[in-house]
Ligand binder design. Structure first.
Ligand code: 13P
Length: 332
């Protein structure tokens, strides 16, 4: 069982490959579709994801796809399961298993991620359905007096309980503590909060007997708040992110796959590339992007079957650029 975890975790960060996060919940996909004037129906959701998953050759750059519950069970118009379409191309199907970040009682402006109740049973079913890895996202908000130590601890604890349950079920956990980019804080503040949550997360993972060799970390980059007056440049983002990760993430972890968190597509690629260009890294550094991989393709698609080939080419291009960035070989 643990050998399988290690094998899958390493396959997800194979050289030049990363993960596509296509696990938008119902409200999130509705928001994305709204940006192109499309209603979120089951058929459109299926067709959109089918378009992504059948893009020619995207498996050269994408090792795995994180799915939402509906998608893991969904069949394409020709009756083939979307998860099988991925697996047949050598792309590993994964599943988002958290039930979302909910207000943390007693701590205004903070959240804790729910979904532990019944998780053991759901994981067993997801494994039957073909999922080999999972994702759980904790959300950390920077604000005045925030985050509190208590909220960080609550989230780190839940992440570790989730990770231990995944490994028990033979599923590789992607552990995602996301420090949000929202706000006008500077890079130093993001750095301090990111370091604090990562230290707590790895202490909890250890306490919960999680096998570090059989998991992946999905963190934010160390970056200025979106509304910061003087946002740090790409070189500084890369340098501070790598320095912070080196301080906090044991080298037993095979890979770190970043979320894009609202960065533009090109920014997310450039940052990843610069980090890999720094070299001397104890883990693979790659991507697990949602918006930064999908945004351009969604715009090109517009819900029209006549646009599928163009949208697929756009998606494949972004996947390729990020695959290249994961080796430090990108030039804009
Ligand atoms: P973004 O890359 O759009 O932040 O999404 C990644 C993800 O899976 C967030 O949980």
């Amino acid at each position: 069982m643990s050998q399988e975890l290690v094998t899958v975790a390493n396959a997800l960060v194979a050289r030049g490959k990363g993960i596509l996060a296509a696990d938008e919940s119902f409200p999130t996909i509705a928001k994305r579709f709204k940006s192109i004037g499309l209603e979120s129906t089951e058929e459109y959701r299926r067709d959109y994801r089918h378009m992504l998953f059948t893009a020619p050759d995207f498996s050269q750059y994408v090792s795995g796809v994180i799915l939402f519950d509906e998608t893991l069970r969904q069949k394409a118009a020709d009756g083939k399961r979307l998860a099988d379409i991925l697996a047949d191309q050598g792309v590993i199907p994964g599943i988002k298993v958290d039930a979302g970040a909910k207000p943390l009682a007693g701590f205004e402006g903070e959240t804790v991620t729910e979904g532990l109740d019944g998780l053991r049973g759901r994981l067993a079913e997801y494994r039957e359905l073909g999922a080999k890895f999972a994702k759980w996202r904790a959300v950390i908000n920077i604000g005045e007096g925030l985050p509190t130590r208590f909220a960080l601890e609550a989230n780190a604890h839940a992440l570790a309980r989730y990770a231990a349950l995944c490994q028990e079920a033979g599923i590789v956990p992607i552990v995602e503590p996301e420090v949000l980019m929202d706000g006008n804080h500077d890079l130093a503040r993001c750095q301090a909060v990111t370091e604090e949550i990562l230290v707590l997360v790895f202490a909890q993972l250890k306490a919960h007997n999680v096998l570090l060799e059989g998991m992946l970390l999905k963190p934010n980059m160390v970056i200025s708040g979106k509304g910061a007056a003087d946002r740090a440049g790409a070189e500084e983002v890369a340098k501070e992110t790598v320095a912070t990760l080196k301080r906090c993430v044991p080298s037993a972890v095979p890979g770190i796959v970043f979320l894009s968190g609202g960065q533009s597509s090109v920014e997310a690629t450039e940052h990843l590339d610069l980090m890999n260009k720094l070299g001397d890294l104890p883990w693979a550094l790659s991507f697990s992007y949602g918006r930064a991989l999908q945004e351009d393709a969604l715009k090109a698609w517009q819900g029209q079957s006549g646009n599928v080939a163009t949208a697929q080419a756009v998606f494949r291009h972004r996947a390729k650029m990020n695959g290249v960035a994961a080796t430090g070989g990108y030039s804009s």
